[in-house]
Design a protein. Sequence first.
Length: 372
Amino acid sequence: MTLQDEIEAGRSTVKADAYAMSIGEVVNLYRDRELVIRPEFQRLFRWSQSKKSRLIESILLGIPLPSIFVMQRHDGVWEVIDGLQRLSTILEFMGELRDERTGELRPPSQLQGTRYLPSLEGLSFEGVDEGVGLTPGQRISLKRSKLDFKILLPESDEKAKYELFDRLNSGGEAPSAQEVRNCQLIMMNRDFFLWLEELRSDSTFDACTLISTRAAEEQYDLELVCRFMTLISSSLQELKEMESVDLFLTDKMLGLAGRESFDRAGLGKVFRDTFGLLAAALESDSFRRYDKSKTRFLGGFSVSAFEAVTVGVASNLEAWARVPEKERHRELRGRVEEMWSEDFFRSQARGGVRGTTRIPVTIPAAKEFFRP
């Protein structure tokens, strides 16, 4: 196949249209629920008040905004793929943004002063008191401002929307890799995503991982759930062929989400049994570095340890179940301590080793090492 053939084949998978629409029209679509922001996507709405204010400043000054990308469903409704932050900021400022879970309107936002419009400080769209809101003329001007929409039409290839979302959100200060992955999973299989959400709420998983608040806000705990599911569901050959950990996680999880035969109940039990065993034996020490000279666990969470320990234990659950309960927890704790002295782990867990290099070495070795 020539380059031109590949270009034409790629273009045929995406059917798109473009449309300029006033903010007033956008608000009407949103009110009529013809423009949808999924409730799960709304979790990504975490712009600072300063950044929200700069967006409104740009609109008032007539500065063009980047295009908003939407997917048109077969019923004609538009679902936002990219532009959530901008649309939510505008709707919130105008007092039109709903909490999609409750249906209630969120309180209108107030702006901060900006570089070019310092008088925006404390202003809202429609102030209750004189002087604290935009004038009628300014409100009309804002509602007449145009937004550019790029529309992914229903006849596009089903995978095109996931690829488009990934391309649009893979740089800058946009969502984390897991936040992008979440949205792709939601678009493909919402029930699968909600199942992952249930797993990350498991008390034993939480007791073992203890990640920071910031990491949790960026969905790192959900990434760990995806990492676990991906690694226990992948062959050694697949691990060896991995070119990027993030892309591998995304491709694997989308594959699992789209597989009708995926054993959700069985894998969920493996997940809970694994973390139940680790929580009973080690709790928050499960994925921390063990210092043999000080005979204790030190430091923070180690993703290298998370991968090796969880997959090693999960692969040998039946064998661990046969170990007498009184000995099981002591023996597992000792095995984790010993791992930090093993060459297969220490050589790969040090700083500077890429995940694509580490994982194909540590995962098969861990499956053997954690056999009781």
